[in-house]
Design a protein around this ligand. Structure first.
Ligand SMILES: Nc1ncnc2c1ncn2[C@@H]1O[C@H](COP(=O)(O)OP(=O)(O)O)[C@@H](O)[C@H]1O
Ligand SMILES: [Mg+2]
Length: 272
């Protein structure tokens, strides 16, 4: 079972949007996929159109010891979801009085190993909290999701330092990868940040870059994955490329233009 934790130091970098659409793209390839919303703000829950129901969320696992299997719901896009709710925020305080609170999720997920091929963990917007620590502890890969905008490089460097320090202290074995999102070719800052990320994170950066798509903004606001609005969109093309890359596949033969590849852009930032 692959477990990917999508994380960063700050909000608004595209973690939740990527979590939902990567889960949908993997499900479209027949992968049994579970999305776990670990953010008390519950944006992933709302983004897949689910109500935030008190009691049946990941908070019950962290605060009451409920088994994950009792919390699973089915989304319309072919993957399973464990929702979140505001009560999850109480865990930060409870954890201060607990022994090894960062191990709860890893232990709970072990019981689901035979049920899923992929688990996507959508983290809250901080790298150092106990919820994100649970995710990186459980993960086989921590995916640092970085928007190609102002101050993104500083945030990404800080997050990498926090994750590497924690891994060294706790023996976490997750590998660290980086995904650039919200790329806008027409914007100079976006091009420059992508080149800077490539220079500083070359060895861990995924080739796929998620571009900025208005459709994604609309989809998340409407509570439906973009695949339900427009299967042929550029947004779906980007997440299809991402799914192929994380599955270790080469891109299928297609008449669509090849998705943007970071390595090419770093060499030719002004190229179309
Ligand atoms: N690739 C994208 N193209 C356009 N808008 C995006 C994209 N990714 C995220 N957004 C928008 O940016 C905002 C923050 O994204 P979100 O995924 O919630 O980030 P995070 O989970 O890191 O806080 C949301 O309004 C979302 O709709
Ligand atoms: Mg989020």
């Amino acid at each position: 079972m692959e477990i990917w934790a999508l994380a960063n130091e700050k909000g608004g970098t595209g973690k939740t949007t990527t979590a939902i659409h990567l889960a949908a793209a993997l499900a479209a390839y027949g992968k049994r996929c579970l999305l776990v919303d670990l953010d008390p703000q519950a944006h992933a829950t709302l983004g897949v159109g689910m109500a935030v129901e008190d009691g049946r969320s990941i908070a019950a696992a962290f605060l009451d010891g409920a088994p994950l299997s009792s919390l699973i719901r089915t989304s319309s896009a072919g993957f399973h979801v464990i929702a979140s709710e505001a009560r999850l925020g109480e865990f930060e305080e409870v954890a201060e009085r607990s022994l090894q609170p960062e191990r709860i999720l890893a232990g709970a997920l072990e019981r689901l190993v035979s049920r899923y091929d992929w688990v996507i963990l959508d983290c809250p917007p901080r790298a150092d909290g106990v919820l994100t620590a649970n995710a990186t502890r459980a993960a086989t890969t921590t995916l640092l999701v970085v928007e190609t905008g102002a101050f993104a490089l500083q945030g990404a460097l800080r997050a990498r330092a926090i994750f590497e320090e924690r891994a060294a202290a706790s023996g976490d074995t997750a590998s660290l990868r980086l995904l650039a999102t919200m790329y806008e070719r027409e914007e100079r800052i976006s091009r420059e940040v992508l080149v800077a990320l490539q220079a500083r994170f070359d060895e861990i950066m995924l080739d796929t870059v998620i571009r900025r798509h208005e459709l994604l903004r609309e989809a998340v606001a409407c509570g439906v994955p973009a695949s339900e609005l427009d299967l042929e969109s550029g947004a779906m093309q980007d997440f299809d490329a991402l799914a192929n890359e994380v599955l270790g596949r080469t891109l299928p033969n297609t008449t669509l233009p090849r998705p943007i590849v970071a390595r090419d852009l770093a060499l030719h930032p002004d190229r179309d």
